[in-house]
Write a protein that binds this ligand. Sequence first.
Ligand SMILES: [Ca+2]
Ligand SMILES: [Ca+2]
Ligand SMILES: [Ca+2]
Ligand SMILES: [Ca+2]
Length: 480
Amino acid sequence: MAVRMGLGSRYQRWVETSGLPGGVDDAVEVEALIKELQADAPSLLPALDLQEAKTLWGRFEEVRDYYLANAPSEPRPLPEAKWSPTPAPFRILAGPSTDGPALTTLVGPYPGGGFLVGGVSFRSRNAPPTSWLEQWRREPGKANFKRVAQQEPESAPVSMSAAPPERGVWLTLIGELQSEQSTRAAIVEWAPPAAPRNLRSGLIRSSGTLVDDWDADGKPDLLFHGFGYHTGKLSLFWGAPDGPESVLDDGPGAMFSVAADLDSDGHRDFVTLISQHREEIVWFRNLGGRKFERRLLLKFHPGYGLSHLVVADFDGDGIFELAITNGDNSDFFEPPPRPDHGLRVYSAPGGWVKVTGSAPPVNGSFKSQLRELYSLPLQGAYQLATSDFDKDGDADIAVLARYARPGSEDPSFAYVKNLGQERFSAHRLPAMQGYSPMVLRAADLSGRGRAPDLLVGLRPARSKSGKSNAGPAWLVLSPE
Ligand SMILES: [Ca+2]
Ligand SMILES: [Ca+2]
Ligand SMILES: [Ca+2]
Ligand SMILES: [Ca+2]
C-alpha cells in the first residue's frame, strides 16, 4: 500500500534528491500524492496545501501510524478454491531455453502467420537489460518452433494490434520496466523482418494500446494506456498513431482496456481497468461525436491488485459479462498471500443500459449494480483469456497466476470450464508448477480453426537462493 501511494523507499529517495517542492514536475507529483492521501485518509490531510509538501516526508510516521491503528490485528483467512480432480486438458510445448534470465512482456498471434514474443533479457548483473522482439512459427505437424525474425527494440514491447494491411503490427514499447514518470514509451510499426519504425515517441510509461474505430470513420483509433506512477494518462489518438489526442483520464494506473458495444446501441464502447492505488473498472460509454460518458462499474481497495479483464457472453443470453483477475502483488519481494485474489465474473442483470455505476461502498468495496456470477480464489491471478477451448459452444476461461504460496498446491495456470446455467468447473495443470507465467493470450496456431492454443510468456524462475535461472522465455499450451 505505501509503495502504491508513493511512500515507499523509492519515494523517499526522490524526496531526498529533489529538494522539494522543486520544479513544475515535482509540484505535479506532490499534488497528485496529496490528493491520494486525502482520498484515503481525509482526517489526516483535510485541505490541499502544497506547502504540506515541504514537510510531507517528515509526516510519514503519522501516515504509517494511521494505517497501523486502523488495520485489523489479524489478516482475514484465505478462501480456498474448489478444484476439479480432472487436470486442465492442455499439454505444454516449451519454447527453447534462453542463454540468460528473460522476462517476457508480450505474446500474441501475428496477423501474417505465427506469433510474436518480446521482453527483456538480463544477461549479466552489471549490464543493462536488453529488449528483444521475435516472430516464431510452429512447424506444420510438429511440436517444434522456428524463429523467423528478431529485432532489438528500444524498450520492451507490451502490446500489439494489427496495423493496416501490409504494414504488420503496431507495438507499444513500455519505456521503463518499473512504474515511474519517464516519457520514453513509444508506438512503433513492425512488419518483420524489417526493423521497427517509430510512429510516436515521448509517451508516458505505458502498459499498452488498444486499437478500434470509436468514431466510426473507418480509420483506426488508438487508446493509449499511460500507466505512469503518481500521474498518468489514458488517451485516444484519433485516426492514426500520430493523430490528435483526447485525454480521457489524467490519473495513474490505466492498465488495460477491451472494446465492445456493451449496451448494443451501435456505438463501440470500451471498458478500462485502472490499477495502481485506484483499482477501478470503468465503462467509457461512447456517446458519438468523439464524446464518452464515464461510468464507474467496480471499485476495490488496493489489496485486490486488479490485473486483467475480458468481456464475453458466458451464458449466451446476448448480454456481455465481465471477467476480471485480481492478483497484482509486486510491491514486495516476498509478497504476502491476499484473501481477495482471484478470478471474478460479473453480469449486468437487466442489461448494461440500466447500469449507472458509482454505488456506495458495500463490505469495504464499491459495487455497482453488477452481480458476481462466479468467483475462484487464486493467489496472484494475473491474466486471463477467453475462448471456446473445449468447442462445446460456450466461452471458457484460462487464467495464469503469479503468486502460488510456497509449498502449496496453488496452480500457476487454471482452466475454468463453462458448464452452462451459470456454473463453471476449475481445473489445475500440475505440470505448469515449474514455470513462472507472466502474460497470456489465446491464438489459433494450427490455423485449422480448432480449439485455440494459449501463448504464455514467462518470467525467470527463482531458485531457493533467490538467483534467477535461465529457461524458456515462453511456452504454448495446446488443447488435448
Ligand atoms: Ca476512427
Ligand atoms: Ca455502446
Ligand atoms: Ca450473458
Ligand atoms: Ca466451452
